[in-house]
Design a protein around this ligand. Structure first.
Ligand code: COI
Length: 362
């Protein structure tokens, strides 16, 4: 470890209060958090503290102008009990892509990774053992200047918080194709960044979709409302006539790390995979011709989640039962198998959590 991370541990863990067989997503938090401040052009005082509330000035710039970014990643336990991370360096890299787009300072990748390893090592008992469950990891950064006025902040706070989670979507998801509202994540916009504001813009359409009985929105491109982009919470895959098709990264779509992993796995297994523009009409035509075999989403939180039905205008596309889904099930089994160590990692994606021996304990 290059950085001296100051560590203050909780007096008493609240781990025993958690029912690991019934974990609601995003509501349970582990004992500690990693914090580091950016002031006067440098990252200072990296520390691990008891998880808890912190003070914020009412004029903190993130609250007004939305300079806030985040990542979503997971730690799991291998079948023999070792804590593991999935492609952590890709997340360190991606948060800095987001930082650049929002005019925020990059966090040195080794600081991100040292903080991450130290935190997960300390809270490794919080990693659920159940397959499909994991310790969700939420790194985030926000602008902290106490100032009213539009300019980039000069001070920031970076945190990593964690919490055990079960599946984000415990059952297949239903989608409504959004033909009226655009994501703020358009090409040339902030779509490739994991910017908090991208998600804020998705909430009203998602709420309207839920009122109509659909779990989520399927986004189309914001210029022509023609090309499929992604679902608010995950990248999307279609299986049409034996081909696995996913929208190409066009600057408006999140560069999903689960998406990338699944594409590599399918290609290595010899499946026909296409990353390209795909219109919603092509999907509808394939459905009408009986060639739309499967639709599934992929993301850190969602892992691989099957889509049960899609409403596009008047057309309701009902997809086959999960038992017949060979592609989505294969993708899910591969990702879960890698995370549990039951499938051999030939890519160097699975990284054992380092022991924090070299850190200073405050
Ligand atoms: C993730 O997949 O980690 C995300 O950030 C998406 C969110 C729905 C939890």
């Amino acid at each position: 470890m290059k950085y001296n991370i100051r560590i203050t541990k909780v007096k008493e863990s609240h781990l025993s209060e958690v029912d690991f067989n019934n974990i609601p997503f995003g509501r349970v938090f582990s004992d500690h958090m990693f914090v580091v401040d950016y002031k006067n052009g440098e990252w200072i005082d990296p520390r691990i503290e008891p998880f808890g509330r912190f003070g914020i000035h009412p004029a903190a710039m993130a609250l007004h102008y939305g300079q806030a970014i985040f990542e979503g990643m997971k730690a799991s336990k291998s079948y023999d009990g070792k804590p593991m991370l999935f492609r952590p360096e890709r997340h360190a890299h991606r948060i800095n892509n987001s930082a650049r787009r929002l005019c925020m300072p990059e966090i040195p990748e080794d600081l991100f990774l040292d903080g991450l390893h130290a935190l997960i090592a300390i809270d490794s008992n919080w990693i659920p053992a159940q397959e499909g469950s994991a310790l969700y990891i939420r790194p985030f950064m926000f602008a902290n200047d106490e100032f009213i006025g539009v300019r980039p902040s000069e001070s920031y706070k970076f945190f990593i918080i964690t919490g055990p989670v079960g599946p984000y979507y415990p059952k297949p998801v239903s989608l409504l194709v959004e033909e009226k509202y655009a994501r703020c994540a358009v090409k040339g916009g902030t779509g490739e960044a994991k910017a908090a504001g991208n998600y804020a813009g998705s909430l009203l359409p998602a709420k309207l979709a839920q009122e109509k009985g659909y779990d989520q929105v399927m986004w189309l491109d914001s210029n022509e409302f023609k090309y499929v982009q992604e679902v608010g919470t995950m990248n999307i895959f279609f299986v049409i006539d034996g081909k696995i098709i996913t929208p190409a990264l066009d600057g408006g779509i999140l560069q999903g790390i689960t998406r990338d992993s699944i594409l590599k796995i399918f290609r290595e297994k010899g499946f026909q995979v296409e990353e390209r523009r795909i219109t919603i009409d092509e999907v509808a035509e394939a459905y009408k011709a009986g060639k739309l075999q499967e639709v599934f989403g992929a993301g850190t939180a969602a892992i691989v989640s099957h889509v049960s039905r899609i409403l596009y205008g008047e057309l309701l596309m009902e997809l086959p039962p999960v038992e017949s889904r060979k592609y989505g099930e294969l993708a899910k089994a591969e990702i879960n198998g890698l995370r549990s160590g039951r499938i051999k990692d030939t890519h160097g994606w699975i990284v054992p959590v380092k022991s924090p021996v070299a850190m200073k304990v405050g």
